[in-house]
Each structure stands twice: as structure tokens, then as C-alpha cells.
Write a protein that binds this ligand. Structure first.
Ligand code: ADP
Ligand code: MG
Length: 240
């Protein structure tokens, strides 16, 4: 259901029926806090088209991470529909959700969550092997991505031998390794100083655009949001 090459020869992810890569309707999530129930998401509607890069803005505590968690398909407790790459994903059994995650999604977090005992390139190779790639293909793809991110001289370094910016770049390469149709990024440069964040963010956007993936990027940084195709804002549990 996901097409390969776009007309310009660049990789693209057009859905066969022209439907959005992500479509959610009436998404709700509340949490019990002691006696109180707080409604964090109160009916979120969102469409993201193939290749579209969308900024998710909202102050701290507005529910950005909760929304990205819903789309990550690991957590229960959400109401509403979530279609990813044409599949009603939220209602699939665990195995089906795992498949959608592996086939269609990539994740970048504020903290890199790299495997500490593995080198930069191994961290990018592993998810591809889990996905069924050969070692040779996975190595080539990992080296290509890490080189595009300026890490050609860092392939065999472990995470603790890398700077914060370099660690986040490895996390970006890992997220894109399996050519996800949609990248979910939660404050992907939120842990970096401003100058490094700017640089890593620009590289991240370039790479996602070049790959043709769509992305939903949570940030509270208006300046970073301006560089994306579109901005949506969480306000009182809904998007505006
Ligand atoms: P943001 O990412 O925009 O800062 P979050 O999605 O992390 O916001 O949190 C939104 C609200 O939901 C906050 O009030 C937070 O305390 C609450 N929340 C998030 N996760 C949980 C949880 N597992 N249990 C209880 N409350 C939670
Ligand atoms: Mg958050």
C-alpha cells in the first residue's frame, strides 16, 4: 500500500488511495490524579499527508507527548480512531500494532535512548536486522545515513564517546533506518544547547525531506516550528 519512487526519482510514500499517512479522529485520553481526573486530550482530529512535516506546538503539560504516545501504538487507554498508512491501527491486536510500528513509524526522543554497549553504526543496523534486512544492506544504509549527518568519522564510537549533538544525530539515523513513512519526534533537540539544537534540527529536517517521510514533531520552540510545512497547536486538549 506504500509506493516506492516518486516521479522526481526521490523516494516517496504516497498511499495508493491518496489517503493521509496519519488520520486521527476524536482522540481522547485522561489520567487519574488522586481523586481528580484530568482530561489531557479531549477529541483531537489530525490528518498528515505523505511527506508532510508538521510541528506540534503547545506549552509544557499541554499533552504533546501523550499525543505522540497514542500514535506510537504501545500504550492503551486512548479513545478514538488512529489510521496509520491506511490501517485502523489503534484497534489492532498487539502483534498488528508492532507490525505497523516496524513498517511505518520511526521515533526520535528528547533523550537519545541509544544502546550504550553498541557503536553508532550498530545502533542504526540493529533495527534494520530486526526488520529482516541483511547485515550488508543494513551496514550500507546505516553508513549512508550517518555520513549524511556528518558522522562518517564516528561510526564505531559508542554513545558515551559522542557529544550530545552527535548522539542525537545517531538517534535520527536510527529513526530513519527502516524508511518509515512517518517519523514521530518528541522534542528531538530539546536536550541540546541552542546552537547545536539549531544545527541538528536543520540536518534532521533536510534528511526527513530527502527521504520523503512525513513527520510530526513536538516542540515548544516557535522558531523551529516555523521551518516546518505546517503548525498545529494543542490548546485545552484539542488541536487548533
Ligand atoms: P507535554 O509533552 O506537552 O509537556 P504531556 O503529554 O507530557 O505534556 O502531559 C500532559 C498532561 O498529562 C500533564 O498534566 C501530565 O502530568 C499528564 N500525564 C501525562 N502522562 C501521565 C501519566 N502516565 N499519568 C498521569 N498523568 C499523566
Ligand atoms: Mg513532552
Amino acid at each position: 500500500e506504500i509506493a516506492g519512487e516518486a516521479e522526481n526519482g526521490r523516494r516517496g510514500f504516497a498511499t495508493s488511495d491518496g489517503s493521509p499517512i496519519l488520520q486521527t479522529r476524536g482522540l481522547k485520553r485522561s489520567f487519574k490524579q488522586g481523586e481528580a481526573v484530568i482530561e489531557v486530550l479531549r477529541g483531537v482530529d489530525l490528518d498528515i499527508q505523505p511527506g508532510e512535516i508538521v510541528a506540534l506546538l503547545g506549552p509544557s503539560g499541554s499533552g504533546k507527548s501523550t499525543l505522540l504516545q497514542a500514535f506510537g501504538l504501545l500504550e492503551g487507554g486512548f479513545e478514538g480512531s488512529i489510521r496509520i498508512a491506511g490501517k485502523e491501527a489503534a484497534k489492532l491486536p498487539v502483534g498488528g500494532r508492532t507490525e505497523v510500528r516496524r513498517d511505518s513509524l520511526g521515533f526520535v526522543y528528547q533523550f537519545h535512548h541509544l544502546l550504550p554497549d553498541f557503536s553508532a553504526i550498530e545502533n542504526v543496523v540493529l533495527p534494520q536486522m530486526i526488520h529482516g534486512a541483511t547485515r550488508a544492506d543494513a551496514d550500507a544504509r546505516a553508513a549512508e545515513l550517518l555520513t549524511a549527518l556528518g558522522l562518517a568519522q564516528r561510526l564505531t564510537h559508542r554513545p558515551n564517546q559522542l557529544s550530545g549533538g552527535e548522539q542525537q544525530r545517531v538517534a535520527v539515523a536510527r529513526a530513519l533506518a527502516n524508511r518509515p513513512a512517518l517519523v514521530l519526534a518528541d522534542e528531538p533537540t530539546g536536550n541540546l544547547d541552542e546552537a547545536t539544537a539549531d544545527r541538528v534540527f536543520a540536518e534532521f529536517l533536510n534528511l526527513v525531506r530527502g527521504e520523503g517521510s512525513a513527520a510530526l514533531v513536538a516542540t515548544h520552540n516557535e522558531r523551529l516550528a516555523e521551518r516546518m510545512d505546517r503548525v498545529v497547536r494543542l490548546h485545552e486538549g484539542k488541536l487548533e
